[in-house]
Design a protein around this ligand. Structure first.
Ligand code: UDP
Ligand code: MG
Length: 319
């Protein structure tokens, strides 16, 4: 019989060897200060540095440390999902390993939860040490997303938060492959609130979120929670069709009534290119949705565990 800790802390780790010791120390101090029982659940997402060895070392010294070692890099959202799948706690905190999210804030999140909330997320006041490009794209993206979705995904919020067991159990039954966890949690509902905080600079190392990963993540968020891009394509198609119809009338009028026509290469090439472009964009957007449906129908396991000290491993998927 496994006793359920009060809090599980889920920490996705990708090449964080120089952050783990300080992170561990600050987490343990915070949680001991709260006087709760806890487990620290590290998910090593295919790190190429010494992170895995450090986690093994923690686990040997401290029975409260659990780790899951992926067979390769599956991505941040999947690492967090795996952590939630295996977490035993009555409450589950999610925090980055790079100390951008202050571990001490977990105490505030937990206390707020005791007031009767199932989700307490940490909302960013200031973002230190990130490029203007990252801050600007993040800001624009969150605002765009909140305009085109019907659910209320909180603005300026990452995955740093605490969730109740009830929320985790629902999340575990949402099998989509392209995860956008903060959107899923917003969709689930319950009583949600937030605590403000200042986001720090990364303690050491560099970001694991490349531009490509960021773009894919943004597309996952949009396609999972909005059909707006598909609608835009339809509206645009309609607009272009109306325009094309008027042009046809005009062309026929010129040809047969006025009998005044020229070779017309310019208008021809412009309209062909224009309509061609619109069609390509349309097909591309449909393709984005289709490829995600395709990934969901394949029903591959979401992640593969190479090694873990959690027994028995509960499979994330029923397939
Ligand atoms: N991370 C991960 N897999 C990845 C990329 C990142 O598990 O493929 C982890 C990383 O170790 C960190 C968290 O996800 O704990 C956030 O990543 P990062 O700090 O690189 O992103 P940023 O803060 O720059 O958006
Ligand atoms: Mg970071």
């Amino acid at each position: 019989m496994i006793t359920q800790p009060d809090i599980s802390v889920v920490i996705p780790v990708y090449n964080e060897e120089n952050n783990l010791f300080l992170l561990y120390e600050r987490l343990v101090n915070t949680l001991q200060g709260l006087a709760v029982s806890f487990e620290l659940l590290f998910v090593n997402d295919g790190s190429q540095d010494g992170s895995a060895a450090i986690l093994q070392q923690f686990a040997q010294k401290d029975a409260r440390v659990k780790f899951i070692d992926f067979s390769r890099n599956f991505g941040h959202q999947i690492a967090v999902s795996a952590g939630i799948d295996h977490a035993q706690g009555g409450a589950i905190a999610i925090i980055d390993a790079d100390l951008q999210d202050p571990p001490e804030l977990i105490a505030d999140l937990y206390r707020k939860m005791q007031e009767g909330f199932e989700v307490v997320y940490a909302r960013r006041n200031a973002r230190k040490g990130e490029t203007w490009f990252k801050k600007w794209t993040a800001k624009m993206f969150y605002r765009l997303l909140s305009r085109i979705t019907t659910i209320n995904i909180p603005i300026d919020t990452g995955d740093f938060r605490i969730i109740h067991r009830k929320v985790a159990d629902v999340l575990k039954n949402m099998p989509e492959r392209h995860k956008y966890i903060r959107g899923q949690i917003a969709w689930i509902g319950f009583n949600q609130t937030y605590v403000m905080y200042d986001r720090n600079e990364r303690h050491a190392g560099k970001t694991g979120y490349t531009l490509g990963k960021m773009a894919r993540f943004a597309l996952d968020g949009i396609t999972a929670f909005s059909d707006f891009p598909l609608k835009i394509v339809s509206y645009f198609g309609l607009l272009v069709s109306v325009f094309a119809f008027l042009m046809t009338l005009y062309a026929l009028y010129g040809r047969y009534i006025l009998k005044d026509y020229v070779q017309g290469w310019t208008s021809l090439i412009i309209s062909v290119l224009f309509i061609g472009g619109i069609q390509m964009i349309g097909i591309g957007i449909i393709g984005e949705y289709l490829s995600r449906m395709n990934a969901d129908t394949r029903r591959r396991p979401l992640y593969i565990v190479r090694d873990s000290n959690i027994a028995p491993p509960s499979p994330p998927d029923e397939s």
